[in-house]
Each structure stands twice: as C-alpha cells, then as structure tokens.
Design a protein around this ligand. Structure first.
Ligand code: GRF
Length: 231
C-alpha cells in the first residue's frame, strides 16, 4: 500500500519468447491472481509463428514481433526491442525460451531486472541439449534454475532451483518433460520475488530477504509464491 492507502501499481513485465511459450503460460496463469505482484504487459517474439504469441493474444496481452533477420546487427535488433519496451513502460524482462543472444550492453541496461529459466542445475550444464548431456554423463540429479541474466550465457546468479532425480529408463524427452513441470513451478515463484522486491541482484550474487540464496527445492517440496514474498 502507498501512504494514501492505494495499492502500488504493479511492475510491468515483458516476456521474450521464440517458441511454444509453456513457461509464458505458467507466468500468465500466476499473474491472473489479483495479489500477484507483477502484470504480464507484453510478450515479444523474434519468431512470427511462435505459439506463445497465440497464448498471449488469447489472454488479451499486448504482443510484439521483432524479426532479428530484419536488422544487420545485434545492436540494431536490440534498439528496435528497446523502442517497444519503452513504449510499454516495461520494468522487468523474463526470458522464456528466447533463442537470441543479447549483447552485454543490453544486458547491463536491464541488470537486476532481467531473469531467465534454464533447464539445468546451474552452474552445471549451461547451453543447449541439457537433458541428453545429463543422461550421457550418468548424472543422478537434474533440474532447472531461474537466474538473473548477465552477459555470460546462462551465467548469472541463481535465485531459485528445482532438483529432480534422473530415472533409470529416462530418455531426453521424458526427462525434459519432468523438468518442464518444475520450470512452470519455479518461474512464477521467482518472478513474484523479483516483482515484490524479495530478491535483489547484488553482484556477484543474489540477496533474498530472510533466506539463504539460492532457494533449492525438490519435486516433492511444496512451493508457494505467497510464502516466498511474505514469509
Ligand atoms: C524451456 O526448457 C526453458 O528452460 C528454455 O527454453 C524452453 C522454453 O520452453 N530456456 P517453453 O517455450 O517455455 O515451452
């Protein structure tokens, strides 16, 4: 509440996607709750046919398609994105399967205000094909992480992580499916913490009010964004 008794305006979030947008859907679902501390105000895709754009439109959320192939440099592409973000007064960016590398300049503009979900227990298994690499290495555990974005790919400090056991008969697809379920739990929770000021980026780490960082859960643990931002 503000001093006049009015609820503070919600922070405005842009979700960047390139594909299916199942994490986007989880964020949209969480934000339907009046008490959720941020609003999903914009969904931006570099792919015209990203299914996430349909999910966004169905939910009545503003969408933007910015085709990276129309620009001759990463900076020019990002300048076009920046215009859209500024028009929509965006406070926070969530990367959710956005398949473009962002420049250090763009990342530093949004330092502490841009997060990503990655399908591994960071700092292990940065990059692509995490599920098959985890299986090939014979790991017993796998999972997913939400982290602040820094210039190093998948390199920023972790806010929240979910760990699951690797099963004997897992294939990359079966493992990916179980990890994705956990992504859909931890991403809305981490975003709520950022929106509510319960987590801040304090280079080179994160600071979480009243808890050790990062928060690590298993697939058996319950997770409630309300508890994380009020508890
Ligand atoms: C997820 O596995 C996410 O961790 C990775 O890209 C994938 C996006 O999936 N960064 P979706 O588009 O959210 O379904």
């Amino acid at each position: 509440m503000t001093q006049t008794g009015q609820a503070a305006p919600k922070k405005r979030v842009a979700v960047f996607i390139s594909g299916s947008g199942s994490n986007l859907a989880a964020l949209i679902d969480a934000a339907r709750d009046d008490d959720y501390p941020v609003e999903i105000a914009l969904v931006l895709s570099n792919k015209a046919d990203a299914y996430g754009l349909i999910r966004a439109a169905d939910a009545g959320i503003q969408t933007a398609f910015v085709d990276h192939r129309a620009y001759d440099s990463r900076e020019a592409f990002e300048d076009a994105i920046t215009v859209v973000l500024s028009e929509q007064s965006i406070d926070i960016i969530c990367l959710a399967g956005f398949m473009r590398i962002l420049t250090a300049g763009f990342v530093s503009t949004y330092e502490g205000r841009m997060i990503n979900v990655h399908p591994s227990l960071l700092p292990d298994y940065k990059g692509l094909q995490t599920h098959s690499r985890v299986l090939e290495a014979g790991e017993r555990y796998h999972g997913c992480s939400v982290h602040f974005v820094q210039a190093e790919l998948d390199g920023g400090p972790v806010i929240l992580q979910a760990r699951i056991p690797v099963l004997e008969d897992d294939t990359p697809d079966s493992l990916a499916g179980r990890v994705l379920v956990q992504e859909h739990r931890i991403y809305p929770a981490a975003l709520s913490m950022l929106g509510a000021g319960a987590v801040t980026f304090a280079e080179p780490d994160v600071v979480i009010s009243g808890r050790d960082a990062p928060i690590v859960i298993t697939d058996k643990d319950s997770l409630s964004w309300r508890d994380l931002i009020h508890g």
